[in-house]
Design a protein around this ligand. Sequence first.
Ligand code: ADP
Ligand code: MG
Length: 261
Amino acid sequence: MSAGSDYQVLRSHLAFLRMGAAAEALPGLLDEAHTAKLSASAFLERLLAVEVAAVEERRRATLERFASLPSPFTLADFDFSAQPSVDEKLIGELGTLRFVEDATNVLFIGPPGVGKTMLAVGLGHAAVNAGMRVHYTTAATLAARCHRAALEGRWTATMRFYANPSLLIIDEVGYLPLPAEAAAALFQVVSQRYLKGSIVLTTNLGIASWGKVFNDDAMVAGAMLDRLLHRSVVVNINGDSYRMRSHRARAEAVRKAVGGS
Ligand code: ADP
Ligand code: MG
């Protein structure tokens, strides 16, 4: 068989196996193998490495899409000096994602603007990069989705959807009081993940005020907190809003610029 037909057969094998990246890299790598006198195994290793990298990248992109993280922030973007109530070492420890492996929950509690969402999203990106299935939702979206699922007879599938990811981020619990039906949905999501998968939850309500989220249904609030807190890390953030802080800094700069004291 001629080198040309060898090449054609090899290409069609790669196409049949859907190894598109390897097929594309083939002519270049063959040239390289020829000039550098690569052994057969060294050549094969390079060819397969191209395909492995492409598959890994595709997998990461799929995980990224599924995660639906609302911003690109990573933990490295968080300015710890601006928020001294957040323990940098603890966040670094969470960043190792050991908490996901033992289904520990993380609660970020604090007023608006202090970086709760940013930290939750940072953990989300870290988990995606580690190859984990992550999904981000707000409490309101979760409630709306469950409501629709109930109407359309997709309740079981929707519960499975929220049970599935290694890490579920539920943002903004407590901003709006949840109607009883929504509270029940949230409760079921939390219950079925209990000891099986991690939840990172952010809330503006101190734990003592959780009854309010559930329209003063202390039973549901208590049962939910039992499950959430049983194996958990609670991060209380009490500081100025980062946004307000930068507004203030800008206002200060403007005042100085116009010659005020
Ligand atoms: P929260 O969810 O607590 O309301 P966010 O995480 O949405 O707050 O933060 C509000 C804004 O301020 C975002 O743009 C966020 O990136 C920024 N921010 C908050 N805290 C910090 C911080 N410590 N370092 C850098 N940016 C921050
Ligand atoms: Mg937020």
